[in-house]
Design a protein around this ligand. Sequence first.
Ligand SMILES: NC(=O)c1ccc[n+]([C@@H]2O[C@H](COP(=O)([O-])OP(=O)(O)OC[C@H]3O[C@@H](n4cnc5c(N)ncnc54)[C@H](O)[C@@H]3O)[C@@H](O)[C@H]2O)c1
Length: 429
Amino acid sequence: MTITIVGHGYVGLVSACVFADFGNKVWVVGHTPEKLKRLKNGDPIIYEPGLAEMLQKNIKAKRLIFTDTYEKAVKDSEIVFITVGTPPKSDGSADLSAVFTVAKEIATHLAPRFTVVSCKSTVPVGTNIAVEKILNDNKPPGASIAVASCPEFLREGSAIQDTVSPDRVVIGSDSPEAIEKMLELHKSLPGKRVVTNLASAELIKYASNSILATKISFANLISFFCEKTGADVEEVLDAVGMDRRIGRTFMYAGVGYGGSCFPKDVQALTDTGKKLGVDVTLLKSVEDINQHARANFLANVLKKVKGKNIGILGLSFKPDTDDIRFAPSVYLVGELIKKGYKITAYDQAASENIRKIFGDKITLVDHAFDAVRGADALLVLTEWNEFKQIDLVKVKSLLNKPVLFDGRNIYDPVKMKEMGFEYFGIGRP
Ligand SMILES: NC(=O)c1ccc[n+]([C@@H]2O[C@H](COP(=O)([O-])OP(=O)(O)OC[C@H]3O[C@@H](n4cnc5c(N)ncnc54)[C@H](O)[C@@H]3O)[C@@H](O)[C@H]2O)c1
């Protein structure tokens, strides 16, 4: 099949590479010439394990074509995907301007036959109906369209694996022809098929991210109780999760969730709920607890650190990605710099993105131990594998003071204290 993907971010580029890898011809439409130039040369521009190899292989096989014009791509395609960003506006609602701009561009370039236009961007209920109207209002004579919502569930850091092996493929459409084409495109992928209407498909994505965010905030809420009582949040959650109705998956106490999805999607669902007259108290609490988790961590650091030099391990919002959008690290680094602390940080993928925000106000180093050396306290903010079994004897010897704040609960508090660390986990005695 020949398809077009508009947007080449975490969702667009990974989807394009995977569909091309299955033998499809995939056009990728972008709007930033320098990024397109790098992509054409096989540079994936984002960090995602395995992406560079897949990109280069499919460019070489001529199945992946990057362009800044819609004309050839859209006319050549049976399905056109929209994968552009839907960032939060200041009131928490989703900014859909890129989705609508792209929909209009797609419409004007449609071939005089049937084309499916499918939104993979996360968009509030009703957006696909608006996209359908834009397409119908702007399409040339002879062209016919159907919209199909196909929300994306990949996780940064394991995006290729998630796309190749999804738990489910959700297809929302009122058009049997569109559903048939979408099922055909996805036929080589495993996972359950959920064929539904547009509204359900749109809501499934927000509901999924909101329950995941809720699990994290719930774990953090319990950690606040633990902090006040001497209970151990990991032991509490382990035991809670042994109940098969509950499970332990994704109940993480820590400095809170970040990234380009959970914060904005919880806020956008809150906004949709308000507009629909649905009580969104639960969603607001999820967001509030998340803010409190990072503020509480900062307060503990400010109270307990003696000295102005702070080392940080991990900046990305989660391991195996360079993405720092809404990462707790951005908030924490910003606040600490404002308060006059000197920050030296290490992250194996996200340093360049952090540099774009803080410039020379932060020292970024190429090795973990260089962030540790001479620090009055060490903050671990992302659970990258390389920190889990780091040589803690060496860490202690390099620190000016053996003070460690474990924002992801990756170390054993008993062992850390036995080693002579002043150790502060999240909700752990
Ligand atoms: N990142 C994730 O883990 C993830 C997972 C599931 C769903 N989503 C959703 O998918 C969508 C995209 O997310 P992302 O992380 O890939 O975003 P991203 O910021 O990495 O990429 C967005 C892409 O859209 C392009 N773009 C923006 N405006 C454009 C325009 N007018 N014309 C052409 N291209 C344009 C950008 O250049 C970029 O390539 C969002 O709605 C997001 O919520 C993201």
